[in-house]
Each structure stands twice: as structure tokens, then as C-alpha cells.
Write a protein that binds this ligand. Structure first.
Ligand SMILES: Nc1ncnc2c1ncn2[C@@H]1O[C@H](COP(=O)(O)OP(=O)(O)OP(=O)(O)O)[C@@H](O)[C@H]1O
Length: 243
């Protein structure tokens, strides 16, 4: 499947609010997200990063343009169909982990599949858990885990259903730099060795340097693409934008 698009937006316009206070958060944005790649979406505060991710993930509607996950066109799907698509084909990692405190790590990881009445693929579950170094932590509850471990559980939860795309929204925003580096290293491993597709929104040029590709937004438009970004090239591109 190399070279295929896991998702994409074409000519998307998204306006928040109305009248005098209307904000054109996305202004005719087109972007293809290659399968089996790690893409970082960056840009100044208010440039439209979260809006783009929410529209891509079917969490928000668009005013015009098209959105695709795999071969499925999102625009026009019913709410129920969108909910199913998110459940079955998209994984999410949030800044705040969002684990259920009364469940063990393993129960948290498998909850989505259980709700979808899908049987877990045990071999895949083991590969994900081992890649994340979570084998000895599966019976722990979130309160008994460090922030970095909790975020690794959240990554396992996002990946266990083999989604078409994992969307990670500032996944290292609540972590110290060492735990953040572990989570980013795992996201990269999940792409390179487990064949997943990851799209991450981040403010952090170092986090972006783990990605294969950077997309820079400014004022609701794509301002630049960076192949194999480094912290230095990202910082330079962001500085140029703000100049
Ligand atoms: N629900 C909303 N109602 C009105 N305006 C909104 C809403 N959500 C976002 N906006 C505006 O749309 C623009 C893009 O916001 P968005 O949150 O996508 O940017 P961002 O790049 O993710 O910012 P940040 O890095 O600060 O999270 C901003 O001007 C923001 O104020």
C-alpha cells in the first residue's frame, strides 16, 4: 500500500462563527496524507492546525471542499456513519491521555474494540504492547502509571484496532522531554516498523523532527512542506512565517 493516500482534504474551507466575528480557519486547504508516513502539522497559534485535524477526523464539518479517509468521502456521511468510521478506522492520541481511571491499562487499550464488538488480534496486540514497553504494566490502573506510561497506553489504545490513520494532538504537551521523546520514538516506530500512518499536531520543532514530513499552516493556508524536517529547518521555517 506504499504511496497510497491514507487520507486527504481537497479545497477545504471552514469558517468558525458568523457575521463580524467569522474566522476563516481553513482557506481552500488541499493536502494528501501518504499511508505509512508520519506527518507533523505545525504553524503559529490560530493558524488552523486543530481545525484541520478535527475536520480530517470527522469531528467537525466543513463549509466546502472534500475530506477523505481511505476511499471514504466524509462529506455527506450521516452522524452515525461518521461515529462508526471514527470508531473503526481512526485512532486518537490527546495531550491529556483521556484514559478511564477505574480500568487497567489492558482494559483501556481494548475498550474501543470491546465497544465495537471486535475481537482483538492478539498477535498485533502483543506487538504493539511490546513496542511500547508496556508488557509489565498491563494490570496497572492509570493512577499507578507515570505520565509517559499513560501516554504510551493511549498510543496502544489508538493503534490496537489497526486504524487507517492515528491523529495525535500535541501528544507530548503534558510530558517531560524524556517521556515525550519515548512517545515520539514510539510513534515513529509504529510507522516504520508496524506500518501505521500517523498525523500529529505540534508546536514543538523537536517533536516535528520525528516526522517524515512537516506541513506548515499560516492563516488557514498551507505555507510550506518540509521533507525530513529537523528541529533547525522547522524553526527556520516558522521564523520565516512570523517575520
Ligand atoms: N469554535 C470556534 N469558534 C470561533 N472561532 C474559532 C473556533 N475554533 C477556532 N476558532 C478560530 O479559528 C482559527 C484557527 O483555530 P485553530 O484552533 O484551528 O488554530 P491552531 O493552529 O490549532 O491554534 P493553537 O496552536 O493555538 O491551538 C483561530 O483564529 C481561532 O480563534
Amino acid at each position: 500500500m506504499d504511496g497510497h493516500n491514507a487520507a486527504g482534504v481537497a479545497d477545504v474551507v471552514k469558517v468558525h462563527g458568523r457575521g463580524d466575528t467569522a474566522v476563516r480557519a481553513l482557506d481552500r486547504v488541499s493536502l494528501d496524507l501518504l499511508a505509512h508516513r508520519f506527518t507533523a502539522i505545525m504553524g503559529p497559534s490560530g493558524s488552523g492546525k486543530s481545525t484541520l485535524m478535527h475536520c480530517l477526523a470527522g469531528l467537525d464539518t466543513v463549509d466546502s471542499g472534500r475530506i477523505r479517509i481511505g476511499q471514504t468521502e466524509l462529506t455527506g456521511l450521516s452522524d452515525a456513519a461518521l461515529t462508526r468510521l471514527r470508531r473503526d478506522r481512526i485512532g486518537f492520541v490527546f495531550q491529556s491521555f483521556n484514559l478511564l481511571p477505574t480500568m487497567t491499562a489492558e482494559e483501556n487499550i481494548l475498550l474501543g474494540l470491546r465497544l465495537a464488538r471486535r475481537a482483538p488480534d492478539r498477535a498485533w496486540f502483543t506487538s504493539v504492547v511490546d513496542a511500547l514497553g508496556l508488557r509489565s504494566r498491563l494490570r496497572h490502573k492509570p493512577g499507578e502509571l507515570s505520565g509517559g506510561q499513560q501516554q504510551r497506553v493511549a498510543c496502544a489504545r489508538a493503534l490496537v484496532g489497526r486504524p487507517d490513520v492515528v491523529f495525535a494532538d500535541e501528544p507530548t504537551g503534558s510530558l517531560d522531554s524524556r517521556s515525550g521523546a519515548e512517545v515520539l520514538g514510539f510513534l515513529r516506530t509504529s510507522v516504520r516498523e508496524l506500518g501505521q500512518t500517523v498525523v500529529m499536531v505540534t508546536h514543538d520543532p523537536v517533536a516535528a523532527s520525528y516526522a517524515d514530513r512537516g506541513v506548515l499552516l499560516a492563516d488557514g493556508r498551507i505555507a510550506a512542506h518540509l521533507e525530513r524536517p529537523t528541529a533547525e529547518t522547522v524553526l527556520a521555517a516558522l521564523t520565516r512565517l512570523e517575520a
